[in-house]
Design a protein around this ligand. Structure first.
Ligand SMILES: NC(=O)c1ccc[n+]([C@@H]2O[C@H](COP(=O)([O-])OP(=O)(O)OC[C@H]3O[C@@H](n4cnc5c(N)ncnc54)[C@H](OP(=O)(O)O)[C@@H]3O)[C@@H](O)[C@H]2O)c1
Length: 295
């Protein structure tokens, strides 16, 4: 079995990948905090470290799936140095500390594109509007300018549930707020194309196992909808009251880090090239429902 190093293994996507991949790979996971509940080989490691040799020696990876990131847009805007270091320069450090035959999958984001682009394609020019997007663009740059390295940059928008119960993502926030009877405002003027973390895990697994890490950028997302529409359909499907749900506008959030109003990605190139069919919104919501009841 090949060794896989997953960064961000205490986070939403990385935590799920670590469980999902354990039947196919020797999984080594890392994050910046203690994680005694991890059911895989786990090492605490700070990605701002100047040298990654200790992490690479421990995991001896054939493949690195780099999910570790500072994902809070406001934090990134207030701490640009840390954001560029963790989200961007970490790629340069992985390239320097691993042998040329180690494949790298970098989880990037829709935030490398501006609001003016609808259903952004891989061939569209990036133009991030905030520090988070710029820091991810920097990470992409190191891979794209690397020599002879096999990599895949996956631009995506993920939704799901955290295995790590100490964390709360977008879906958990929607469910917890609705259940607490507080007002739940969701943007009806922001578009995105969410894919569940479990569906994305399947696609990453496919790319690695079919030996299709081809030094390219791929958009892997789901069906386009507004954040409000997503939340409404999620709550209805889980039979949770939508009484507290209100349509809100991103324009009322002027004091926060600039966020795109159109975060949609076009995933047709990936689906056509690799003959894959990505889930629509109903399927995404059903997948969340399945894991919600399972957990
Ligand atoms: N969530 C989304 O909507 C979304 C959308 C598009 C793209 N993405 C990308 O998808 C990937 C996974 O996102 P996610 O939502 O799963 O993220 P997440 O839940 O916020 O987890 C982030 C992970 O990064 C780790 N990390 C942060 N700073 C670190 C540091 N200095 N050293 C080592 N590890 C560090 C965290 O470790 P600790 O928790 O232990 O500190 C955690 O494991 C990210 O690259 C993100 O940019 C996410």
């Amino acid at each position: 079995m090949r060794n896989i190093l997953i960064t961000g293994a205490t986070g939403m996507l990385g935590g799920t990948l670590a469980y999902f991949f354990s039947s196919d790979f020797n999984v080594f996971g890392t994050g910046s905090s203690e994680y005694s509940e991890a059911k895989f080989a786990y090492k605490r490691f700070d990605l701002s470290s100047s040298n990654y040799d200790e992490l690479i020696k421990w995991s001896n990876p054939d493949v690195v799936v780099h999910c570790g990131a500072l994902t809070n847009g406001n934090f990134c805007s207030n701490n640009p140095k840390e954001a560029f270091d963790i989200n961007g320069i970490s790629l340069q450090k992985f390239l320097q500390s691993t042998k040329e035959d180690v494949e790298i999958i970098f989880i990037s984001t829709d935030a490398v594109f501006p609001s003016s682009l609808h259903l952004a394609k891989e061939s569209d020019c990036v133009f991030p509007e905030n520090v988070y997007g710029k820091s991810k663009e920097l990470g992409e740059f190191f891979l794209k300018t690397s020599n002879n390295r096999k990599y895949t940059i996956i631009r995506t928008t993920i939704v799901g549930l955290n295995v790590n119960k100490g964390k709360e993502g977008f879906v958990e926030w929607i469910l917890n707020t609705a259940k607490s009877n507080e007002e739940l405002g969701l943007f009806s003027d922001v578009l995105f194309s969410p894919i569940s973390i479990w569906d994305l895990a399947k696609e990453i697994n496919f790319l690695i196992n079919s030996r299709n890490i081809n030094s390219e950028t791929l958009h892997i997302g789901g069906e386009i909808c507004t954040k409000y529409e997503f939340g409404k359909r999620l709550l209805e499907n889980l039979n949770i009251s939508t009484e507290q749900l209100v349509e809100s506008s991103i324009l009322t959030f002027s004091n926060r880090a600039k966020r795109c109003t159109d975060q949609s990605l076009d995933s047709n190139y990936y689906q056509t090239k690799y003959k894959r069919v990505l889930p629509n919104l109903d399927q995404t919501i059903n997948t969340i429902k399945q894991y919600y009841y399972y957990e």
